[in-house]
Design a protein around this ligand. Structure first.
Ligand code: AR6
Length: 515
């Protein structure tokens, strides 16, 4: 009886598997038809550093259209002429020691003339004016960001594929290459990326040029800009050694991999639940869930400041995913391995504050990637909370979570750090989402660390529910059937709301007492 009690209780955080435990299963860095590597793999594999991979510059619908593209295209003035203009403007800024915001704005507008009266830069202006003199290094930082952006043709020589819908594929690039791409995003140089009209070429992609970050001043914008400027300050500092790689992988759940949930016989895996701490801190080394938008990064370049946006602000390298990741479909996710955390923060939403530099002490794997893995999965957005008690929607959420949790066959994967996925802006029920994630983790044979984000009641109820499910040896299939019954009960005419965990408890213990 005692043994049963121990194993049916939640585990400790230290009982979960973390990334640093795994060594030596990656092999040499290789590119393939589905894995584009933007640095020279042979140079990297013999330990001679990170240099840009030579390759072709392509201007078509399968690749990122680059601001410095010299490729011929048939629409309007050639990009080569535009890059000449961009280079002239940026070189002028880069040659100065100190640059005013007005000059930054003038340069951006010179090569984006259509937006002269449409873009506002009041947030950037106010920000630079508001920050105390002692902290105000921005005038001398602007020339350095311009110099970094100018290096684009030397840094990226091979076309960057788009991670398109329905096509699993990965891109590995260096942290220096990412910084150079983000410096271009800062100066809004990416072509065809300034409109989200339904007929626009990239309407299915998130925005990447920073124009929306620079307008609509608010306290939120101030804190966001502090985090972003801190990132540029670090990456342009000559003493910074950005020595790693980062991989962005789009995964799609093939029909043949979608589980038959009703007939799944797996039992629950380990669970750690806490109302203290956060996914990104205490969950370090686990697969950390990003409560994402289908357009990865959500409102990071606008005014959004929830879990995903905060994650992207403290790890700004994640923002580059917006350059090439098409909107996620129901059965897709993105996994990012190796991004660096540059900042600390406090608060959430309106209370968010940039809280200074973060020294990332993580080890690197054999591909020079920091041992940090982030999983972007977008939950459904329920305008009306009742909508979620529907098996079609529940199955969608199960498959979405499973797509991210399932891991690669034969690989040793860390356990997962998650929490109230889809339960803030997206209005999900935290109890239901916790069960869904437990089921997806069980199906993937991975343990869960669940951060309830100061919700002590959820912490207790989840611990009790887990204890019951494990002692009663409830399988994933059985839980699925219970959810079906629960949805039926809720949708009965005049049915009042029944607590999910209460319903599960009654049904399980009721079944036992009938035996
Ligand atoms: N660690 C653990 N839990 C957290 C953390 C954290 N760092 N931060 C927040 N929570 P939300 P969603 C908890 O609203 O509902 C963004 O704009 C906290 O209880 O960010 O999936 C995206 O781009 C919070 O209420 O996620 C999407 O567009 C809950 O997690 C959209 O929001 C949910 O956080 C996604 O909304």
């Amino acid at each position: 009886i005692q043994r049963e009690e121990v194993t049916s209780s939640c585990c400790q955080l230290d009982d979960l598997k973390r990334l640093p435990h795994f060594h030596g299963n990656l092999g040499k860095l290789r590119f393939s038809t589905t894995h584009t590597v933007l640095i020279d793999v042979s140079v990297f594999n013999c330990g001679a550093g990170l240099i840009a991979q030579e390759g072709r510059d392509l201007w078509n619908s399968n690749f990122v259209k680059m601001p410095c593209s010299q490729a011929m295209n048939h629409s309007g003035p050639s990009q080569a002429a535009r890059w000449k203009l961009i280079s002239k403007q940026l070189s002028a800024l880069a040659s100065k020691k100190s640059v005013k915001v007005d000059h930054v704005v003038a340069a951006i507008i010179k090569f984006n003339p259509k937006y002269k009266d449409r873009w506002s830069f009041d947030a950037l202006h106010t920000f630079v004016e508001h920050v105390p003199k002692t902290e105000n290094y921005f005038h001398t930082l602007f020339p350095k960001i311009a110099a970094l952006a100018l290096k684009l043709p030397d840094q990226i020589k091979k076309a960057i594929p788009l991670l398109q819908r329905g096509r699993p594929a990965s891109i590995t690039l260096s942290q220096v290459q990412i910084s150079c791409l983000l410096a271009n995003a800062f100066f809004c140089t990416f072509p065809h990326r300034n409109t989200s009209r339904p007929d626009a070429e990239y309407h299915n992609y998130p925005s990447i040029n920073f124009s929306s970050l620079f307008g609509n001043w608010s306290e939120r914008k101030k804190e966001k800009l502090r985090a972003i400027m801190h990132y540029f300050n670090v990456v342009t500092n000559e003493n910074t050694n950005l020595e790693g790689l980062v991989t962005f992988e789009r995964r799609c759940l093939r029909d043949s991999d979608a589980p038959s949930w009703r007939s799944s016989s797996e039992k629950l895996q380990k669970l750690y639940v806490t109302s203290d701490g956060s996914i990104e801190t205490e969950g370090t080394g686990l697969l950390q869930v990003d409560f994402a938008s289908s357009r990865i990064g959500g409102g990071v370049l606008g005014s959004g400041l929830l879990q995903e946006e905060i994650l992207f602000l403290i790890n700004p390298e994640l923002i580059v995913s917006r350059l090439f990741t098409e909107k996620l479909a129901d059965d897709e996710c993105v996994i990012i391995t190796g991004s660096q955390q540059f900042s600390c923060y406090s608060g959430f939403g309106d209370s968010f504050e940039w809280a200074g530099p973060h020294e990332d002490g993580l080890e690197r794997d054999e591909w020079a990637r920091l041992k940090r893995q982030i999983l972007a999965i977008d939950a459904l957005h329920f305008k009306n909370s009742r909508e979620q008690y529907n098996m079609r929607k529940i199955t969608r959420e199960l498959n979405k979570a499973y797509c991210g949790f399932m891991g690669e066959k034969g690989h040793k994967e860390p356990d997962i750090a998650t929490g109230n996925w889809g339960c803030g802006a997206f209005n999900g029920d935290p109890q239901l989402k916790a069960v869904i994630q437990l089921m997806a983790a069980a199906k993937s044979s991975r343990g869960l660390a669940f951060f309830t984000f100061r919700n002590e009641q959820l912490e207790r109820s989840l611990q009790q529910m887990y204890h019951l499910l494990v002692t009663e040896r409830v399988t994933v299939g059985k839980l699925y059937a219970l959810l079906e019954d629960y949805c039926d009960v809720l949708h009965k005419p005049a049915g009042s709301h029944v607590d999910l965990y209460e319903f599960i408890r009654k049904n399980i213990t009721g079944v036992r007492s009938q035996l």
